[in-house]
Design a binder for this molecule. Structure first.
Ligand code: C2O
Ligand code: CU
Length: 581
């Protein structure tokens, strides 16, 4: 009888069975290289549970998530993103330092059936970034259905280091999330991706790269007997992960959200809030072939201990309702790692030094501001920044181009949050207050764009807002718990180029009758200006003549238009920079 049961289990799955455990293989996203990336965002479906397939969203022809975009610092890339979802959406390049209009936040909408083609130069350091939909009120729905992907950026410094970097072999991206399924006939096996009272803040089953740990089935991967690199992203709704390995193996953090750390940081646990990434090295070189180690979430209150448990998202008791979950307040397995033969040229040693970061310090700060998080859950209220829920028509902060700012996020709300800011990678400075996690943790001492802000805590960081300014296109900051974000825990800032007082025409010469006019004006290097013309200085209407880009500190413009040259008198004006999108 027992033997028959085991055989049936084997026939019913594509995995391998060991005792009562059944293993299914980890899916590794395919890669796309540039400089042109074509992405098709579409609805599809995936088999998770018997009875009916689950509707999922994905980029390109996969059944959950999307391809990993491989980029290098200095590349100029273009992404052609076609939205074939039933809804308007957007796609944001999380962690990227690019002009606001290319950022893919809630403003850069892509109606169904249309293609958006942002282009930008990759200025980011080597690290693990990601892309995902960002339409206000529908982010949980679209990301929750599975739409997202990794972006791996390489740079010269990282490429020169003896680190594992064979994608899918010793360099493995892992996106962690969890989902709850509807059990009613009308929505059987569909993801619950709504927020509010009928939604769920925590899924019931763990998904790693979209592959589900369910019942006796665990997701497994075979990794070589050497140092391997895991790039781990928390793409959850609200759950925070306290990650570690089943044998309490020490692992080494080599990178945070936005770059390498100075030297590997030995750890046995790392806490990842939604939106955060970590890159770690795991030494499997001394583990026997065929032996296994499990990547675990040590999320039970007793595992968390008093330093983490208060207000810990995913520690709530109860197994149902908006804030209950089958995975809450327990330790659970994410990935079963089986050691297999080493590759040719394995990495067998841990580098002692990775890079020399110049982090921001308070000595660099030119302005400080404080953002306060208050409120509670609907219907009684929503979590908000500075007393106002998100409005797409309100700019909440004005930042000067090139300012080095210290931001302090004060959380006086009734829960913990994951603060994310667009445009910059910041240096975490301090975590204070009566919250139970205090201080910047060993694994947070690097470039970050998202940070865990526990209940009753304040977190401050320093960032420089350089390169991109626009009076018209704001950047976002928000809680990366996507139900909170959709409910209004989001705000926006504009980076202003206040350097406009430098703009004046330094010379204007005209030689002979109807000869060329030479205008010469001082200009910020690399900045594009709009030149306008009018026949009447006080009452005339100004019409555009040209856009001119400075290649140094000044711009020369030679008038060649016959109509304007034929006039007895005319006026030129330089407008606000227009490359500021
Ligand atoms: Cu990962 Cu504003 O987003
Ligand atoms: Cu939040």
């Amino acid at each position: 009888m027992k033997i028959q049961t085991l055989i049936l289990t084997l026939l019913a799955t594509a995995g391998t069975a060991l005792g009562s455990q059944v293993y299914s293989n980890l899916w590794i996203p395919p890669t796309l290289t540039g400089p042109i990336y074509n992405l098709n965002l579409h609805a599809t479906n995936k088999y998770y549970l018997p009875g009916s397939n689950t509707v999922t969203y994905a980029y390109n022809n996969v059944d959950f998530w999307g391809p990993t975009l491989i980029m290098s610092n200095g590349d100029t890339v273009q992404i052609n993103l076609t939205n074939n979802l039933p809804d308007t959406t957007t796609t944001h390049w999380h962690g990227f330092h690019i002009p606001a209009i290319m950022d893919g936040g809630p403003h850069e909408t892509i109606p169904t059936g249309t293609t958006w083609s942002p282009t930008f130069t990759v200025l980011n350091r080597a690290s693990t970034y990601w892309y995902h939909p960002h339409l206000h009120t529908l982010t949980q729905n679209h990301l929750g259905h599975g739409a997202g992907g990794f972006i791996i950026v390489h740079d010269a410094q990282e490429s020169a280091l003896p680190l594992p970097r064979t994608y899918g072999v010793d360099d493995i991206p892992l996106v962690l999330t969890s989902r709850r399924f509807y059990t009613t006939a009308a929505q059987l096996n569909q993801f619950n991706v709504t927020n509010g009272a009928t939604g769920c803040a925590y899924g019931d089953y763990e998904l790693v790269n979209g592959c589900m740990n369910f019942g006796a089935t665990n997701v497994e991967v075979f990794l070589p007997q050497q140092y391997v690199r895991l790039r781990i992203l928390n793409a959850e709704i609200e759950r925070v992960y306290n990650l570690g390995f089943s044998n309490n193996l020490t692992f080494y953090q080599i990178g945070t959200d936005g770059g390498l750390v100075n030297a590997p940081v030995p750890l046995t646990r790392v806490v990842l809030a939604p939106g955060e990434r970590t890159e770690i090295l795991l030494n499997l070189g001394t583990n026997a072939i065929g032996s296994a180690v499990n990547l675990m979430a040590y999320n039970s209150a007793s595992s968390l201990g008093s330093t983490l448990s208060f207000g810990y998202p995913g520690e709530e008791s109860g197994t149902s309702g908006e804030f209950g979950s089958l995975l809450n307040d327990i330790n659970f397995q994410i990935l079963h790692i089986v050691v297999t033969n080493a590759t040719a040229n394995p990495i067998l040693a841990l580098p002692t030094v990775l890079c020399t970061n110049t982090f921001w310090t308070t000595a660099n700060v030119t302005k400080s501001r404080t953002i306060t998080l208050t409120g509670g859950q609907p219907p009684s209220g929503v979590f908000v920044f500075d007393s106002s829920p998100f409005s797409i028509n309100v700019v909440n902060q004005y930042v000067s181009l090139n300012a080095v700012e210290e931001w302090t996020i004060v959380n006086t709300s009734i829960f913990s949050h994951a603060f994310h800011i667009h445009d910059v990678e910041f240096t975490p400075l301090a975590r204070t207050g009566s919250g139970v996690m205090t201080g910047i943790q060993a694994y947070e001492q690097g470039w970050k764009d998202t940070i865990y802000v526990q209940q009753n805590s304040s977190v401050s960081f320093i960032a420089k807002f350089d390169n991109f300014a626009s009076p018209y296109n704001p950047f976002m900051y928000h809680c990366h718990m996507i139900d909170h974000e959709d409910e209004g825990t989001m705000a926006q800032f504009v980076v202003q180029n206040t350097n406009t007082e430098d703009l004046y025409i330094t010379s204007c010469t005209r030689t002979g009758t109807n000869q060329n006019i030479n205008l010469n004006f001082n200009a910020t290097p690399g900045t594009t200006y709009q030149l306008l013309f009018s026949t009447n200085f006080t009452t005339g209407s100004w019409s555009p003549v040209a856009t001119v880009t400075s290649d140094g500190t000044s711009v020369n413009y030679y008038e060649t238009n016959a109509t304007r040259l034929a006039l007895a008198r005319g006026f030129y004006r330089i407008n606000e920079p227009t490359n500021n999108y």
